[in-house]
Design a protein around this ligand. Structure first.
Ligand code: GSH
Length: 219
């Protein structure tokens, strides 16, 4: 039994970022699935008072907020390093992680991903096309800016993968399945190439929705 336990659900992009980081580190871990409908009741609220996933449990530590979890993992599992040593590259990593949380997820992924995938597939809700249309200008802005920051580098903080790539890739891979992906990437082809590079990595392959569902069956 590993001492890294990740409370999460299949399909969660934030949860996938944590699982993929553990995979990049070659660390053993186990998945503790949170049942749908159990997010805002005990015992999950005692792990995460805001009723979300993921939560990391490690040797008596309970930690929520994905950025905090990724940085913690990079400190307790120092190799391979996922934070650049160069201060400017590290600042770029931090910047992209905040763009991911504040602008990519809020108002883009949590609208388009919810309306196209989570609502219809998991909750039986109809898609609110107006909400998607309203999210698109922000989506274009975020995609343009991520594309500009990536430039012709292999990864967001340079030629080596960092925590920023592991946080952003699950969100973009979620949007790939939506009709909005093509218009959002029409002028940002470097993001498509980057996502292909990311999803070809064993860490991303091991943490797809299907693979995490299989972990839940095995849990
Ligand atoms: N700021 C949180 C966001 C986590 C989050 O929004 N997780 C989603 C799943 S990807 C969730 O738990 N949603 C359930 C809900 O909002 O009820 C983090 O970085 O961990």
């Amino acid at each position: 039994m590993s001492n890294f336990v990740v409370h999460s659900i299949p399909g969660s992009p934030f949860g996938r970022a944590v699982l993929a980081t553990l995979e990049e580190k070659g660390a053993a871990y186990s998945l503790a699935p949170v049942a749908s409908g159990a997010f805002r009741s005990q015992p999950h609220l005692s792990r995460h008072p805001f009723g979300r996933v993921p939560v990391l449990e490690h040797d008596g530590l309970l930690l929520y907020e994905t950025q905090a979890i990724l940085r913690y993992l990079d400190r307790v599992l120092p190799t391979p390093a996922l934070t650049p040593a160069d201060p400017r590259a590290a600042a770029r990593m931090d910047q992209v992680m905040n763009i991911s949380d504040w602008y990519l997820f809020q108002g883009v992924c949590n609208v388009v991903g919810f309306q196209r995938i989570v609502g219809p597939r998991l909750l039986g809700l109809p898609t609110d096309e107006a909400a998607i249309l309203e999210a698109m200008p922000k989506g274009r802005l975020v995609f343009d800016e991520l594309s500009r920051l990536l430039g012709d580098q292999a990864y967001f903080a340079g030629e080596a993968i960092s925590l920023a790539d592991l946080l952003v890739a699950p969100h973009l891979d979620f949007l790939v399945e939506t009709p909005e992906w093509a218009p959002l990437t029409a002028t940002t082809p470097n993001l498509v190439v980057w996502l292909d590079r990311m999803t070809a990595r064993p860490s991303l392959k091991a943490t797809t929705w299907e693979r995490v569902s299989a972990m839940v069956q095995a849990a």
